[in-house]
Design a protein around this ligand. Structure first.
Ligand SMILES: Cc1ncc(COP(=O)(O)O)c(C=O)c1O
Length: 449
């Protein structure tokens, strides 16, 4: 059931060649392309007309589901009304409206939004804000940035420097200087098959004290972590870990940045992981769910003292305070999408819905324990992962096959990282659809045994 237009595109000779696909095994994809024609609510339609259950909210981003009318209409209207306005020295009302909405959504005095176009840009922006803040408050020796092993903070040079996924780093030279890493928190020996936050590992936050002893606090600007490590395969933080990290950073005047590109906007059943865990970071990076993936957009939320210190750093009001920004920061169409998305979340109570569904999600996912090669299952909010043992000498191959079989044989989109299957359905998912996801994932796991 190819549409005429799509069949023409796909049938043209070599027409899959020109698109150099991101984070994709290009050669294999082009032998067996997984192409999607449209999307509505919880489903994609493949180009051959199959209904594919979206167990990943696209790429952790379509939290409101697909083709939601309020968002579609807002974007259509905005393109017609104001397609672009610069935000360097000029602006437009929806940028301020969206920033104000975000200020109320994020906890404490995370009251100022700096807009970007992606999570990667949000991360690099937050790192730069951290450095600028330390300098503006007279602590310019604080230039060191600390990330965490196995962390994912996008693909900019800042993000891969503080990130900790080896393949994202090893090809790209020496990266930023003056970066160090905390240890990751995965501990299968002590924590396998934990439900929600694992019991063991809070002491891993104390490694920050070791880095302070090594470098001295006066050289450290900020620590950045994902409150729940997402892309590596869903590592919820050990009980007490984030609280400890907050206490140590605060004690030493080090900023704490939560990278909430995945956890923001309802994934854990709250507006943010900061709110969910009750831990107040200094900066929060967001993207994805901000517009439910409809238009690219990211935002860094900054606490009042950070904003005020930088913005108040010059006596002259005509001076630009922060030499940073993107042509498309606060793009009007992205702002319209963001406002309509937040309204959809509010109107439909989607964050609360995610919180209500989380226990069902947890129970359903853990029912996969005991299937062949399943060595761990992790969950929190509406995110989850099933870790499979690797085929001897072929790391990643089993999960890769699972993804392909899921798409072609079981009509489900799942995400993989290494040998882990990761899932994060749109927050509109029903209990029946959760059961369907888990049933299909079970079939896929058996198929790759
Ligand atoms: C925690 C985190 N930070 C940053 C990013 C990068 O976002 P983007 O792909 O929009 O640049 C991602 C993307 O998955 C992410 O999960």
């Amino acid at each position: 059931m190819l549409t005429e237009e799509l069949s023409r595109t796909v049938a043209a000779p070599n027409n899959l060649e020109a698109f150099w696909m991101p984070f994709t095994a290009n050669r294999h994809f082009k032998l067996e392309p997984r192409l999607i024609a449209r999307a509505k609510d919880m489903h994609y339609t493949s180009i051959d007309g199959r209904q594919i259950l979206d167990a990943t909210a696209g790429l952790w981003c379509c939290n409101a589901g697909h083709g939601r009318p309020r968002i579609v209409e807002a974007v259509q209207q905005q393109v017609a009304d104001l397609d672009f306005a610069p935000n360097f020295q000029f602006s437009h009302p929806k940028a301020f409206e969206l920033a104000s909405r975000l200020a109320t959504l994020f906890p404490g005095d995370l009251d100022h939004a700096f807009f970007t176009n992606s999570g990667s840009e949000a991360v690099d922006t937050a790192l730069k804000i951290a450095l600028a803040y330390q300098r503006a408050r007279g602590q310019g020796t604080r230039t060191r940035l600390i990330g965490r092993e196995r962390g994912y903070h996008g693909v900019g040079f800042g993000g891969i420097s503080v990130g900790g996924m080896v393949k994202n780093r090893m090809w790209f030279g020496s990266l930023l200087a003056g970066v160090d890493h905390l240890p990751h928190t995965l501990d299968l020996e002590r924590n396998a098959f934990s439900r929600g936050q694992p019991a063991h590992g809070a002491e891993l936050a104390d490694e920050l004290e070791r880095l302070v002893a090594l470098h001295d606090a006066s050289t450290i600007a900020a620590v950045i972590v994902e409150p729940v490590a997402g892309s590596i395969g869903v590592y919820p933080p050990p009980v007490g870990y984030l609280e400890r990290l907050r206490a140590i950073t605060e004690k030493h005047g080090i900023l704490l940045i939560f990278d909430e590109v995945i956890t923001g906007y309802g994934r854990l059943g709250k507006g943010s992981a900061a709110e969910y865990f009750g831990v107040q970071p200094d900066l929060v990076t967001t993207a994805k769910g901000l517009t439910s993936g409809v238009i690219p957009m990211g935002a860094v939320m900054a606490r009042k003292h950070i904003h005020d210190t930088i913005v108040g750093s010059s006596a002259d009001e005509r001076t630009i305070e922060l030499f940073h920004g993107y042509t498309y920061s606060a793009h009007p169409v992205a702002c319209a999408a963001g406002l309509a998305t937040l309204e959809t979340y509010r109107e439909e109570g989607l964050f609360e819905r995610a919180a209500e569904l989380a226990p069902h999600w947890e129970a359903a996912l853990h029912s996969l324990k005991g299937l062949p090669n399943v060595i761990d299952i992790r969950n929190i909010g509406l995110m989850g992962a099933v870790e499979l043992s690797a085929r001897p000498g072929k790391p990643g191959a089993r999960a890769y096959d699972a993804m392909c079989k899921g798409f072609f044989d079981h009509d489900i989109m799942i995400r993989i990282t290494g040998d882990t299957l990761a899932m994060s359905p749109p927050l509109i998912v029903t209990k029946d659809q959760i059961d369907e996801i888990v049933e299909r994932v079970g079939k896929v796991i058996r198929a790759v045994a």
